[in-house]
Design a protein around this ligand. Structure first.
Ligand code: PLP
Length: 283
């Protein structure tokens, strides 16, 4: 495997960053994960738009032009021979003597890109069965709209899910509403054809998969309601599902050990999963 690190393509096992990289010391960085299908990035334009926004919000300078970055992404995918998989991109505020405040102007952001194959068959088998989620109290900072590498609450929540035999943890805010998963957006289906997900204005990352699902849903004649929902509502719903570039649309069949609907993946989630790539930008 090959990784890109600050201008160089290196064997993955030798690819490393400096001990005073601010990503390492402060989690002072941003990232994107993009699906790769038939060797092409899925919805790259939207991922790069969101990346640029994350950088702007954190005042991290843009390390290279968008075209140059797109070339690096394509090159890492190519060098790793990835047809179906994921590409990971991370940009940190760079290497500087440890000090919380920003490093001197001119400090170069650090760029890392890796790619790996995904287990398509395993993913499809998982989607056919559906996954379990647990719920945990929301304890993240309010700027979860930024795709930052600061992910400790997400790490702890995901570990808790794993220990409970679940795939994902849904954060629940102080008012009892689900915000999102540790690495996915959360959805329910009510009344057969209405899909409900939290507005992106507060409490969640605006998922690229989420945005595309809106388009798929509209084309399929589903109604989309952007509103918060509670765990009780999710348990009473016809279906539930999660979305992310890593899992596309994944049916949720259990929440905190209770079955959702009949405890099997539902027709809406299954159809959205099936049709998703017809609505993605794949060049
Ligand atoms: N919410 C969180 C907290 C995430 O980390 C992610 C993706 O990793 C998502 C939502 C889904 O975003 P996307 O569909 O762009 O992968």
């Amino acid at each position: 495997r090959i990784a890109y690190v600050n201008g160089r393509y290196l064997p993955h096992r030798h690819a490393s960053v400096h001990v005073e990289d601010r990503g390492y010391q402060f989690a002072d960085g941003v990232y994107e994960v993009c699906e790769v299908l038939n060797g092409h990035l899925v919805d790259e334009r939207r991922h790069l738009d969101r990346l640029e926004r994350s950088l702007r919000e954190l005042f991290i300078p843009t390390p290279m032009s968008r075209i140059a970055l797109a070339n690096v992404l394509a090159e890492v995918v190519r060098r790793n021979g990835v047809r179906d998989g994921l590409v990971y991109l991370q940009i940190t505020r760079g290497v500087a003597r440890r000090d919380h405040a920003f490093p001197p102007a001119g400090t170069k952001p650090a760029v890392v890109v890796t790619a790996r194959r995904s287990d398509r068959k395993g993913q499809e088998a998982l989607a056919a069965k559906g996954v379990a989620v647990i719920t945990v109290p929301e304890n993240r900072w309010p700027r979860v709209d930024i795709k930052s590498t600061s992910l400790l609450p997400n790490v702890l929540a995901k570990q808790q899910a794993k220990e409970a035999g679940a795939r994902e943890a849904w954060f629940v805010d102080g008012a009892g509403f689900v915000t999102e998963g540790a690495s996915t957006n959360a959805w329910i289906v009510t009344g057969g054809k209405t899909i409900v997900t939290r507005p992106a204005e507060s409490g969640i990352l605006r998922g690229i998969t989420r945005t595309v699902v809106f388009e798929v849903a509209a084309a399929l004649g589903y109604t989309v309601e952007e509103r918060p929902f509670t765990v009780a509502e999710a348990l009473a719903a016809d279906e539930a599902f999660i979305t992310a570039a890593t899992t596309v649309v994944m049916p949720v069949v259990r929440i905190d050990g209770h079955a959702v609907g009949d405890g099997k993946p539902g027709p809406v989630a299954t159809t959205l999963r099936l049709k998703f790539h017809d609505f993605s930008e794949i060049f």
